[in-house]
Design a protein around this ligand. Structure first.
Ligand code: AMP
Length: 219
């Protein structure tokens, strides 16, 4: 049965980085709702401007907008054999929508929670840089680019995300506790969650993820 890998975890837990690695290893597309929204926020339209404002504040974009995005993206051909979700679902309402989609399409959910202590999250978010062109993610301490603030893959100058400043970081962690932590509880009650210690190196976390996915994949 095709798998839908759901990476849960607070902002800065490493969902995006690990989703890229899993995508490369298993060949499933990575669907990052944050990346999709950042792209939409570049458009000079009422919707683009609305999303831009919400992102910068650290709050969540509405469930209605997310429902449109996720339904459209997951029905494309490349998702037939499975896909990886990074940043979705973030509310119980979104989790219920995903349950429905997965059931209708005969897929199976694999939920993995990447747990990281709050102090480490704040430090990671402050040190994070992203490539605005190819989406590669860096950390100026633990995973710096080879050349000063340039993307290793495409040479583009790296940027700080608009929401990686102290006020938005606090807000995002608050929103996470209030809206998204209950989603993990929702899946725990269904005995669907594999827990991973995300406080270790990128390679160690990835090794654990591969083990969990291969087990669920029946290899
Ligand atoms: P991320 O890149 O996953 O940290 O997401 C960046 C921002 O995009 C979040 O702080 C939210 O404002 C918005 N966002 C991403 N995914 C969702 C979602 N599933 N529901 C609501 N807002 C989202």
């Amino acid at each position: 049965m095709a798998k839908v890998i759901v990476l849960m975890g607070a902002p800065g837990a490493g969902k995006g980085t690990q989703a890229q690695l899993i995508s490369r290893r298993f060949g499933w597309p990575q669907i990052s709702t944050g990346d999709i929204l950042r792209e939409m926020a570049e458009q000079d339209t009422p919707l683009g401007r609305h999303i831009k404002g919400v992102l910068a504040s650290g709050r969540l974009v509405s469930d209605e907008i997310l429902a449109d995005i996720i339904q459209e993206r997951t029905q494309r051909d490349d998702c037939r054999g499975g896909y990886i979700l990074d940043g979705f679902p973030r509310t119980i309402h979104q989790a219920e929508l995903l349950d429905r989609l997965v059931r209708e399409r005969g897929h199976e959910l694999v939920v993995i929670n990447i747990a990281v202590a709050r102090q480490a999250l704040v430090a990671r978010l402050a040190a994070r840089r992203i490539c605005p062109r190819c989406g590669a993610v860096y950390n100026m301490h633990s995973r710096p680019p080879r050349e000063d603030e340039l993307c290793d893959r495409c040479g583009t100058p790296l940027r700080r995300r608009a929401d990686d400043h102290p006020d938005a970081i606090q807000k995002r962690l608050e929103v996470y506790q209030k809206e998204t932590a209950p989603v993990i509880e929702y899946y725990r009650q269904q005995k669907k969650v594999a827990e991973i210690d995300g406080g270790r190196s990128m390679d160690e976390v990835f090794e654990d993820l591969v083990r969990v996915i291969e087990e669920k994949n029946g290899r």
